[in-house]
Design a protein around this ligand. Sequence first.
Ligand code: 16G
Ligand code: ZN
Length: 662
Amino acid sequence: ESIIELLFQQQPLSSSNGLSYYNYGTAGFRFKANVMDGLMVRVGILSIILLLKQAEEVVSPTSTTASTTTSIITTLSTGIMITASHNDESYNGVKLANPDGSMLVPIQEEFLTKWVNESNSEEWKQLLINEKLVFKLKNRILQSSSLSLSLSLHIGRDTRSHSFHLSNLLCLGAQTFIDYLLLSQSSQSSSQSKSNKVNIIICDHEVLTTPMLHHIVLHSNPTLYLPSYITPKPTRKGYIETYATAYIDLCVDLCVAANANADVNNANVNANVNTNQQQTVLRIDSACGVGYDAVKELENAILNTNTSLALITTLNAQNGPQDGPLNDSCGSDHVKTLFLPPTWWKQMNKDNNDNDNQNDNGNYSFPYCCSIDGDADRIVFFGQQSKNELSEFLDGDKIAILIAHVLQEKLSKTKTNSNNSNNSIAIAIPTMGIIQTAYANGAATNYVRDVLQLPVIITKTGVKHLHHAAVENFDIGIYFEANGHGTVVFSKQYEQFAIRQQQQQQLKDSFYIGLHRLINPAVGDALCDMLLVDYLLRSLGTNDNGAAAAAGSSSSSSSSSSSWTLQDWNTKLYQDLPNRMLKVKVKDRTIIKCNSNESICLQPLTVQPLLENAMNVATNGIENGRCFIRPSGTEDIVRVYAEAKTRTDADKLALIASQIVY
Ligand code: 16G
Ligand code: ZN
């Protein structure tokens, strides 16, 4: 009864708040924060049901009968993050993570959506009673004398002013339901001696980044998913340590490789690091959010790991929660959609009379910058030309291709080396491919296909779609959305390959393992991606992109160890086609239907021919023109994307396309 009361004493879901239906969008429930109270209580209860459902799958009948003598404790964790990512401060959201750190699958989304919208208390009662009485799981546990189950729900939130309140409501819902379940458990099992055979706890991690929460969930379920060389602690500290050490280890390898004079067995090798690596400052726009503290912690961890190496790249975090409203004129979405530097930062430059940041030519002396978003799962890089201009801009496509470029060189070297060696067993080189969405720059897609000659898969917008395609199709699945959200997923084959390669290395070079360790396997992660990019740019500055360099040459010239700059990265691989994104407000965006990868509009029928016509060189003189439209999954608008050979043409095409929508 108390749960039902709790459910319905909260503000009703429909009627008064102007929303008639809560949908699970591209990345969870996301609305204006003031209509989310009732939703949060419900999500709290439902997430416990989802956790129990998952436990049911893990505790299979075979595992209960396997051992009757020894006691088996099965642990399982899932997670919930309260954030509205890059949206402005007035929004909030809630997204759930499965035990492997991945996002929900459609059937789970449907379950959640059905029940958060259910306003009939009798239906709800029935759901709760069903969950209570027919839980196969509980019966099985109660029957077995050896099995007990320890379940955890990990909760985290961003820095929004209402996140604390919403998190409390969520915990209230979850805890009330847990108490109800455990109460009934103890009454049922009173005849048995065991007390709590099923234990469910809520772990509130308070303010953290989305990728940290996913890390905690994934690594709380050890043995399920990860290779032997990845064993971090499932805590915030464990997260920081994992990526700081992986980065340091890779950088040390680079230095060893670049410094031919260094004796690999010499314990002092780390002390030589500064002598052959260029020092840089990376300025990080933290979107006035949770990423700020995380970067500071990462920086400290790197400093503590190895002082001399840590001095190579100084992580200079800016735009913390105290510096301005979240995502307001700063953060990755601002930089990506408007091609503008973050404003707060600009403001600060002004306060300092520009002295610190401007050089003699009037240019900004911070050429190496990046912006992350409000929950630190996206990142884009840029150089700042002047107060209002970017010199370079590098998005998710650029990051994906940088990773692929370095990996491909490395893999082809490995292949050549193995062909030349006497080893008669041919090694299987892992397969690699890139996953993009329709928002990927046409120049990027062409570069992958034509120059790198790697397979490209284009999926629907939304990380979950890219993630699945990456896992299913390649040993090394590199996926990035143009907005800067992405990661790399590695298969079991890759793991075996990486281990074998490390065993065969004479020099200290654990590139393949190191790379795997530096990349968050669960979700796009701004902090990992930041360190990864920094490492990759450095690796391209060394002669030979790795250990092989050290073998041949006897002297290391200074030029061979300077890092690629943002400009190198932006121009040496491919150049973006100018592009433009616009938002159009329409009466009902749900009438717009697209094909499976959202590059073509299927309904209304009249739209696509008009778009085709707009793209057509013959009628408009627009070269390399491409545009598409799709309804947003996070805002009440239709998005328009256009690209063309020149900025003017891209703008023109975007305008025509938005007029078609309108
Ligand atoms: C969310 C998604 C992102 C997607 C964006 C599209 C996650 C973690 N984030 O931010 O992948 O690109 O929504 O928004 O899934 P839209 O549907 O409004 O264009
Ligand atoms: Zn985000």
